[in-house]
Design a protein around this ligand. Structure first.
Ligand SMILES: C[S@@+](CC[C@H](N)C(=O)[O-])C[C@H]1O[C@@H](n2cnc3c(N)ncnc32)[C@H](O)[C@@H]1O
Length: 236
């Protein structure tokens, strides 16, 4: 995920005018690459709080201005009106509106909320659509436990509804080959859901194996989901 999406995330955050001294909150920080980059970017006078329900990939990060905290965005407390930037990527699409609302209070007046979430509407695989059909089946399965595979298109409305100002959004699509790190993201998703996909009748074992073959084949090309990056500021 980091390989696919970090370059664009950094461009989006740079465009806000991030500078030394900023206080940043990275929600659902995952592998921690953006939290570590934010810590470098805001320097010793700034601070970064990286939260996740599981901090197993974050605990190795040892930076003086970075705090790692095991934290559930849906319930655990956060400081009020404190951060210049709150960022969450691929988190709200799973947790929904309540998670977004919980990220507004910690912003200082004028601070930015940046949410990045996928919209799978235009994703495809070429020349065969087996790989994409399997990913679509995985998204249908994940929808039953809360994922909105089209949350990206809702973000402008969601940020506006949460009372933010200067709301806007952009999208980016990556094009990648089978057998790459990026296709590995899809392969791992399908592997972890394999039993549930077959049991639920979404895919047969044979369909799964054909999709894996395509995901491993450098002759296959994939258009990623659109990553929608939406931003808005807390009013003064
Ligand atoms: C799809 S991953 C995205 C990771 C990272 N933001 C990225 O884009 O590389 C979603 C992350 O959200 C975390 N997460 C899930 N539920 C959460 C919650 N209620 N509060 C905080 N983090 C949560 C997961 O542990 C996981 O690290």
């Amino acid at each position: 995920m980091q390989e696919l999406w970090d370059p664009g995330t950094k461009t989006v955050i740079e465009s806000l005018g991030i500078r030394p001294g900023w206080r940043c909150l990275e929600v659902g920080a995952g592998g921690g690459s953006i939290a570590a980059w934010l810590a470098e970017r805001v320097g010793p006078g700034g601070e970064v709080l990286a939260t996740d329900v599981s901090t197993r990939h974050l605990d190795a990060l040892q930076l003086a201005n970075l705090e790692v905290r095991e934290h559930d965005i849906l319930g655990d407390p956060l400081p009020d009106a404190h951060f210049d930037l709150v960022h969450a990527r691929l988190v709200a699409e799973h947790l929904g509106r309540r998670s977004l609302e919980r990220m507004v209070g910690p912003l200082r007046p004028g601070g930015w909320l940046v949410l990045e979430d996928c919209d799978w509407g235009a994703a495809c695989s070429y020349p065969d659509d087996r790989g994409q059909r399997a990913v679509d089946a995985a998204n249908r399965l994940l929808s039953r436990s809360g994922l909105d595979p089209h949350y990206g298109r809702a973000l402008v409305h969601e940020l506006t509804r949460a009372g933010l100002e200067d709301v806007s959004a952009d999208g980016r699509v990556r094009v990648y080959r089978g057998g790459s790190l990026a296709s590995g993201w899809m392969r791992l998703t399908l592997e972890s859901l394999a039993a549930a996909l077959v049991e639920s009748g979404e895919l047969t074992r044979q369909e799964l194996e054909l999709a894996w073959a395509d995901l491993d084949d450098p002759g296959s090309v994939f258009l990623s989901a659109s990553m929608i990056a939406a931003r808005g500021r807390r009013p003064h």
